[in-house]
Design a protein around this ligand. Structure first.
Ligand code: PSU
Ligand code: MN
Length: 287
């Protein structure tokens, strides 16, 4: 049921990339460009990208450019619970961080890059919405590089849950977890790291001790510090329109991209590429 591209199978340094952001995080057509740029960044750091998704009854590790083009907004959003169902039903499935981690675990991939990790939604427990990214990260020996967690979440609550799950939350040259678009103002990380090599060393030590996943927060190079009011406005609009569950993030992101005149979209695209680059450097440092 799993097809691993030859190049991925033969490489010693591999970075897994998710496809939910490709299908549901950007306007039609642009997600593919973001995915290809992430792959270029991983390669230029000396590692091999493995973009993961479900196609034609197979879980594919290392999608081709042609295959990537099929990840449109019509694709299912596939978390850990949805992988088998999606493959068995032959649907196109864009894997979330959690879904991608579940596949990485089987394929033996230790490094993953994304924009923002899922987590505890604002207003918990009404609704009691906690992303499956968190428990999946806890049980997968992999390090995820992100700009923190998704901007629309309750970030301090998410960090509390990560602590409960035994997931180290590392900051790349910062003492607080980046807030996705914004760099500063987040909750403290559990440790700060200064280099890709140090992050790799810590991850290896964590796994040697039987640990699972780790989160490494990298602040965006060009942060946007004025987006929070717009996020609150987007969440209000989502509530008023009855948008719930997995549909919230795509709704909020497109709202932000539209209302910010494209600023959040550019920031989102750039930080994903930066995270891919760093994950590539970490993978290459341990190969
Ligand atoms: N961050 C973004 N855009 C996204 C996501 C995160 O800026 O599309 C996706 C990731 O794939 C993440 C998923 O794994 O949202 C989490 O979704 P949920 O909260 O429904 O579990
Ligand atoms: Mn959710």
């Amino acid at each position: 049921m799993i097809r691993i591209a030859d190049e991925v199978r033969e490489a010693s340094a591999v970075v897994a990339l998710e496809t939910t952001l490709v299908a549901h995080g950007f306007p039609p057509g642009e997600g593919v460009a973001v995915a290809l740029e992430s792959e270029r960044q991983v390669r230029s750091a000396g590692a091999v990208p493995a973009t993961i998704g479900v196609l034609d009854g197979e879980i594919v590790v290392g999608l081709t450019e042609e295959e990537l083009a099929r990840f449109t907004s019509a694709a299912r959003k596939v978390g850990p619970r949805d992988l088998a169902v999606c493959a068995a039903q032959g649907a196109v499935g864009a894997t979330t961080v959690g879904g991608t981690l579940a596949v990485a675990r089987i394929a033996g991939i230790r490094w993953l890059a994304t924009g923002g990790l899922g987590g505890v939604h604002r207003g918990f427990p009404d609704p009691p919405d906690v992303s499956a990214d968190l428990p999946q990260l806890a049980r997968t020996p992999a390090l995820v590089v992100s700009a923190g967690v998704k901007s629309l979440l309750d970030v301090p609550a998410t960090v509390e849950v990560l602590e409960s799950l035994g997931v180290p939350v590392l900051g790349f040259r910062v003492d607080t977890l980046p807030l996705f678009y914004a760099a500063a103002g987040g909750p403290p990380v559990s440790a700060r790291v200064e280099s890709a090599a140090e992050a790799a060393h810590i991850a290896r030590a964590h796994w040697e001790l039987g640990g699972g996943g780790l989160l490494l927060g990298r602040p965006p190079d060009e942060p946007l510090d004025d987006i929070e009011p717009l996020i609150e406005q987007a969440l209000r609009a989502a509530r008023e329109e009855g948008i719930a569950g997995p549909a919230v993030t795509p709704f909020v992101l497109s709202y932000l991209h539209r209302e910010s005149g494209g600023r959040t979209e550019r920031a989102n695209r750039d930080l994903i590429a930066q995270n891919a680059r760093l994950a590539g450097e970490i993978a290459a440092a341990t190969a």
